[in-house]
Design a protein around this ligand. Structure first.
Ligand SMILES: CC(C)(COP(=O)(O)OP(=O)(O)OC[C@H]1O[C@@H](n2cnc3c(N)ncnc32)[C@H](O)[C@@H]1OP(=O)(O)O)[C@@H](O)C(=O)NCCC(=O)NCCS
Length: 199
């Protein structure tokens, strides 16, 4: 629906050295989905979400995460995409290929924060990690924010891997809230807030 963002040549070069359990058939492409495409890709989006939650990611859901619950979540995301409340981006193994990662940009904010958006549900399936897909999703979501005239982005995370990604991407660490949420197995975890000013 909107322009794609390929993983950079540099990252592709490093990808070949990192290949272990997943062979990507094509350069990974990041693009934005509209409502209809989002609805059509729900099974694949749920695959990624379930894969991440069952891998221990604290992203709002407890384990085990059922297919029904995951599908219902993506249906609500598709509705919000249609309403203009958020943007949904996916990283695909080539155009229309397997979805290996996804991220959202929550555009709808209170009327006194029209310049702000939240980055949410940054997910890369476990077998596709450490190939630069998270970094490509980050660049694409920031670009989508600029296109929407957003100048301040905020996110929170309970993942050390994600913290390193955000720091590398130029985000500023605000601080940790102890015991903010639960990990999928029920153990409490802290969450760390980050922000980035973009222009
Ligand atoms: C956080 C997350 C999105 C990162 O995705 P990713 O695709 O692995 O991210 P990247 O590949 O860009 O970077 C990850 C690491 O791989 C390294 N890397 C990137 N490309 C590489 C390549 N071609 N070869 C070797 N290493 C590479 C990066 O330097 C980085 O290293 P570091 O963690 O030691 O600093 C992923 O771990 C994830 O989905 N986690 C679970 C869900 C979650 O918690 N999301 C955050 C919610 S806010």
């Amino acid at each position: 629906m909107v322009s794609g963002f390929a993983v950079s040549k540099h990252e592709k070069g490093r990808e070949s050295r990192a290949a272990t359990d997943l062979v990507l058939a094509h350069p990974v492409l990041v693009r934005r989905l509209g409502k209809e495409e989002a609805l059509a890709r729900i099974p694949a989006l749920s695959d990624v979400l379930i894969n991440c939650v069952h891998g221990g990611a604290s992203v709002s859901f407890m384990a085990p995460l059922s297919r029904e619950r995951a599908d219902a979540f993506w249906r609500s995301v598709a509705e919000d995409v249609a309403a203009g409340g958020r943007a949904l981006l996916v990283a695909e193994d080539g155009p229309g290929g397997e979805i290996v990662g996804t991220v959202q940009l929550v555009l709808a904010q209170p009327e006194n924060q029209p310049h702000r958006a939240d980055v949410s549900k940054m997910l890369v399936r476990r077998s596709a990690r450490r190939r630069g897909i998270g970094a490509a999703l980050m660049r694409a979501v920031e670009d989508a924010a600029r296109q929407a005239a957003k100048t301040l982005l905020v996110l929170d995370t309970a993942s050390d891997e994600a913290e390193r990604l955000y720091a590398r991407s130029g985000w500023a660490r605000v601080g940790a809230v102890p015991g903010y949420a639960l990990l999928p197995d029920g153990r409490p975890c802290d969450t760390v807030y980050y922000y980035k000013q973009i222009g």
